[in-house]
Design a binder for this molecule. Structure first.
Ligand code: EPZ
Length: 431
């Protein structure tokens, strides 16, 4: 168990490279199960979540080799169609094994994913989709036992849930449909860039998918898929996190290997709040620095292309030291405010009620021992620590290691004083 010690007061400067997208990598790694030919996936970030997925694929019987950011996967016939609770419990996103397992093996046994601190994480839409394609679903001993002995048959499925579209649910249905008989139409599909990246990967394998990135995706089933090579898109949430760091406490930083098109709602909000955001001509690099008169702002999270729920905690850290009153409402994960109580330990003035945080900017924050709770909340604590007076100890660093590749090294390259230390007792006592 590690903790991060951050010495506040060192303004960032310089440039860093943004890693490949964790959330694009996870379903693409799972999609490797759809063929017995080798696939090579580049720019897969070296984070716990992708390493968990690689471990699961190996345990299923696939051969997986990782050399720096490139992963080579070969899934021979006879690989297992069931993943154990031990394997799956560490990462909820392993639900995206459901689609490829059903397409390739017509059956799968997967533990029902538990919830997590950002809220209940139901899978009803995933099950609605696979049942629509003709599968039978039973729940036994905490597992979903799903079978389609006669194979999967394409149909039209509306994937809209009470909280809007589902990213991994759209991914699962796409991956199940690529080898199904006939045509599948996904209505109310998620439009996230990571869904588009998966569709591009599947089409390179020989799938016939049209409309990814829009609300309606059409998949024409094919007999077989073949191997391919693919480089995942840049991680827009890592990039957004560093952009907030640049706006919050820097003399100007440059982020390389970004994709301007994927960052629009994040960039627009920073500009609306008075900060400097300048892309190079082809939109692959962005320069960010604090505005002269930063302004408070409002966030209402929405499915892409709206403002991402994965970025609201980071902006809350910036709002905490921005004059005026800011408001953050998360329509996707209304409970996703664990970071607020920890930010208040650092002197922030935040009231949270019914899925909304009201943040009144304060002069400055002060370092304190705080506890990470989930991936993006932890990132918010790091951002606050950079700007705080004094030293902050962030416990349970494993939350950050799930989704940020070399965060402490990258911040160090920008002039931050951060160091990782062993945390023998694992952090402050649970409240
Ligand atoms: C993906 O999770 C991301 N994870 C999440 O990022 C992200 O927060 C989320 O999309 C929303 O953008 C990965 O891509 C690996 P959803 P996913 O299904 O697909 C409800 C991070 O920090 N829902 O789009 O699991 C659900 O409760 C992570 O990197 C159902 O009701 O999320 C939520 O309110 C955290 N039934 C909404 O839909 C279902 O069957 C959107 O969830 C599925 C979802």
């Amino acid at each position: 168990m590690d903790k991060l010690i951050v010495e506040g007061g060192h303004r960032l400067q310089g440039a860093v490279n943004i890693s490949g997208s964790k959330n694009a990598s996870l379903p693409i790694l799972a999609a490797a199960l759809l063929t017995d030919e080798p696939v090579r996936i580049s720019r897969v970030p070296d984070v716990s979540d992708t390493n968990y997925m690689i471990q699961i694929l190996s345990q299923l019987g696939a051969s997986v080799e990782r050399s720096s950011g490139t992963v080579r996967i070969e899934s021979p016939d006879g690989i297992s169609s069931s993943a154990s609770y031990e394997q799956v419990r560490k990462m909820r996103a392993s639900i995206c094994l459901l689609g490829p397992m059903m397409a390739r093996m017509k059956r799968c046994t997967l533990p029902l994913p538990g919830g997590c601190v950002i809220g209940d994480r139901p899978v009803d839409l995933h099950l609605r989709a696979i049942q629509a394609l003709g599968a039978r679903v039973r729940v036994k001993g905490g597992n979903m036992v799903i079978e389609a002995p006669n194979g999967l048959v394409g149909t039209t499925v509306d994937m809209r849930g009470d909280s809007g579209p589902t990213v991994l649910g759209t991914d699962n249905l796409m991956m199940a449909a690529v080898l199904a008989k006939g045509k599948t139409v996904i209505e109310s599909a998620a439009r996230e860039p990571e869904v588009v990246d998966l569709a591009n990967f599947l089409n390179k394998m020989g799938a016939r998918i049209e409309g990814a990135g829009s609300r309606t995706i059409t998949i024409h089933g094919v007999e077989k898929l073949h191997g391919c090579e693919h480089t995942v898109i840049p991680d827009r949430i890592e990039a957004g996190t560093f952009m907030v760091a640049g706006a919050m406490y820097s003399d100007g930083i440059t982020l390389n290997r970004v994709c301007r098109e994927h960052m629009k709602s994040i960039s627009d909000l920073l500009v609306e709040c008075g900060h400097v955001v300048e892309y190079n001509e082809d939109g692959t690099s962005v320069f960010v620095k604090p505005g002269a008169n930063p302004r408070s702002g409002k966030i209402l999270t929405n499915p892409y292309p709206g403002y991402p729920t994965d970025m609201q905690a980071q902006m809350t850290a910036l709002f905490a030291v921005t004059p005026g009153i800011s408001v953050v409402k998360d329509t996707i994960f209304p409970q996703r405010f664990m970071h607020c109580s920890e930010l208040k330990r650092m002197g922030a003035n935040i009231k949270v009620d019914a899925g909304t945080a009201i943040i009144t900017g304060v002069e400055g924050l002060s370092g304190a021992p705080v506890m990470a709770s989930d991936l993006r909340a932890s990132a918010a604590l790091v951002l606050a620590a950079l700007a705080a007076e004094g030293t902050t100890e962030i416990h349970r660093l494993y939350h950050i290691d799930r989704g940020y590749e070399m965060l402490d090294e990258k911040l160090g390259m920008l002039g931050a004083r951060v160091r990782r230390e062993l945390d023998p007792e694992g952090g402050p006592v649970e409240p």
